[in-house]
Design a protein around this ligand. Structure first.
Ligand code: NZQ
Ligand code: ZN
Length: 386
C-alpha cells in the first residue's frame, strides 16, 4: 500500500427529514445564497422544504444553473454574491449545481481578474466562501469531495478544479429525493458512480487489500441495487443504498494508498464538451475500450474484478479479465445506456484527433496510473469507441 494523508471534513446528515436541520447547521446570521438548477426542486417539494427550513435566515435565490454548469451563468451568480454581500452558499441539486457552487465559493475569494483562470491554472483552491449542499441526485460524489467540473460553452471546454478549500461544510443526503428522479438520470447516477470506483481500482495490484474490498463492495452493491432502483425509485431501502454508494464512490476514501487512473474521465469530459453527451454516458462509451486498449497493464485487476464482483470462477487471468470487460458493457447496457459514440452523434469522424490535439495543447502527455497514456493513445481509445 502507498503512503497517504487523508482528511475529509464534510459532515453528512443522512436520512429522512434531514432538511429540517439546515437551520441549525448553517452558521447563525449568515446571508445565504440558495443555488439550484432548472426547476426540478420546485416540482418535487424539495424547494418548499428548504425554504421552510431557512425561514430564520436572510436568503437570496439563484436558479437556472444548467446541467454541465456553465461559466457564463455562474458569472451572473458571482455578481449576485458580490452585490448582495452573500457570505454562505447553499447548493440544492445534483453534481452540476454543487460543482457550480464550489466554483463560486472559490471565485468569491479569487483575487485575479478572470475567474476562469481558476480552471486553467490548475492550482489547488485553499480558501473559499463556506458552502453546504442538499443533494437531489446521487451520482457524482461532489457532495463529499473537493472537486468541481465547469463547462465553458464559448470555448467548448470542460475543466476540473479542486483543493482542500472546496469541501462542503455539510451535506444533506435524504434518499427520499430519489423518488422524483427520471430514469435517464438514475441510469446516469449508477454508471457514473460505478466508473468512479473503476477509475480508482482498475490499475495494478498494489497490496491494498482493504481498499480493494471497499471498492468491490461499492461495485457489488451498485450492481445489486441497480435493477431495484430503476424499477422503483421510491423504494427507500434501494434509494438509501444507491445514495450512499454514490457518495462513498468518490469521497476520497477509495483512492487512499492505491494507484488511480482517471483517463476515462479525462477523455469523457471532452465528449461532453464537444457534443453535450451526459457525463455518465461518456464514461460508458469509453471505459471498456480503455480497458481493452490497456489490457496488458490492467489484466490482473480486471481478472480480480471479474472474480470478486461478477463471480467468474473459471478460466485463465486473461479469460477472466476479458469476461470482466464484457460484463461492464452489459451492465451499462442493462441501464439503457448506449455505449458507442455513434449512438449519440453523427459527427464523430475527427473526435479522436480533436481529443489528442487538446490533450497535447494542455500538456496532458502522460495520463493513467503509469502516467504514460499519450495523446495518441487517447486518440486510439476514442476511435475504438466510435
Ligand atoms: O436542473 P434541474 O431542473 O434540477 O434538473 C436536474 C438536471 O436536469 C435533474 N435532477 C436533479 N435532481 C433531480 C432531478 N430531476 C428530478 N428529481 C430530482 N431529485 O437531473 C439533471 C442532471 O443534473 P446534474 O446535476 O447535471 O447531474 P449529475 O449529478 O450527474 O452531475 C453531472 C455533473 O457533475 C460533473 C459532471 O461532469 C457533470 O458536469 N462531475 C462532478 C464530479 C465531482 N464534482 O466530483 C465528478 C464527476 O465525475 C463528474 O465529472
Ligand atoms: Zn464521473
Amino acid at each position: 500500500m502507498n503512503n497517504f494523508k487523508f482528511r475529509n471534513p464534510t459532515k453528512i446528515l443522512f436520512g429522512k427529514d434531514q432538511i429540517e436541520n439546515l437551520a441549525t447547521e448553517i452558521p447563525a446570521n449568515s446571508k445565504v445564497l440558495m443555488l439550484y438548477g432548472g426547476g426540478s426542486i420546485k416540482k418535487n417539494g424539495i424547494y418548499d422544504n428548504v425554504k421552510k427550513a431557512l425561514s430564520a435566515f436572510d436568503v437570496v435565490e439563484f436558479g437556472g444553473i444548467p446541467a454541465n454548469p456553465e461559466y457564463s451563468v455562474l458569472l451572473d451568480a458571482l455578481k449576485v454574491i458580490k452585490d448582495k454581500k452573500i457570505d454562505f452558499l447553499l447548493a440544492v441539486g445534483g453534481g452540476s449545481v454543487i460543482d457550480g457552487t464550489k466554483f463560486l465559493a472559490a471565485a468569491a475569494e479569487y483575487e485575479g481578474e478572470t475567474p476562469w483562470n481558476l480552471m486553467t491554472d490548475r492550482k489547488p483552491v485553499t480558501s473559499a466562501m463556506p458552502f453546504a449542499t442538499v443533494l437531489t441526485l446521487p451520482a457524482t460524489g461532489s457532495e463529499m469531495n473537493s472537486g468541481s467540473v465547469i463547462t465553458r460553452e464559448e470555448t467548448k471546454e470542460k475543466l476540473a478544479v479542486g483543493g482542500p478549500g472546496l469541501f462542503p461544510l455539510f451535506s444533506i443526503l435524504d434518499p427520499t429525493v430519489v423518488a422524483s428522479i427520471p430514469q435517464r438520470q438514475l441510469a446516469n447516477g449508477i454508471a457514473d458512480s460505478f466508473t468512479h470506483v473503476l477509475e480508482q481500482y482498475m490499475t495494478y495490484p498494489s497490496g491494498a487489500s482493504l481498499q480493494d474490498r471497499f471498492a468491490e463492495s461499492v461495485l457489488k452493491t451498485l450492481i445489486e441495487v441497480a435493477p431495484e432502483i430503476m424499477k422503483n425509485p421510491s423504494d427507500y431501502k434501494a434509494a438509501s443504498n444507491f445514495m450512499w454508494c454514490c457518495t462513498m464512490a468518490l469521497n476520497g476514501l477509495l483512492q487512499q494508498g492505491v494507484p488511480t487512473d482517471w483517463a476515462v474521465h479525462a477523455m469523457g469530459h471532452e465528449l461532453t464538451a464537444l457534443y453535450g453527451i451526459d457525463h455518465a454516458r461518456t464514461l460508458a462509451i469509453l471505459a471498456s475500450n480503455h480497458y481493452r486498449y490497456n489490457f496488458e497493464t490492467k489484466k490482473e485487476k480486471l481478472a480480480q474484478y471479474a472474480e470478486r464482483v461478477w463471480n467468474v470462477t473459471a478460466g485463465s487471468t486473461e479469460e477472466k479479465a476479458k469476461i470482466g470487460i464484457a460484463k461492464t458493457d452489459e451492465f451499462f447496457k442493462s441501464l439503457g445506456i448506449d455505449i458507442k459514440l455513434s449512438d449519440y452523434t453523427e459527427d464523430y469522424s475527427e473526435t479522436g484527433n480533436i481529443v489528442s490535439k487538446r490533450f497535447t495543447e494542455r500538456g496532458w502527455l502522460g495520463l493513467g496510473e503509469h502516467k504514460n497514456l499519450t495523446p495518441n493513445d487517447a486518440k486510439k481509445i476514442v476511435e475504438m469507441s466510435y
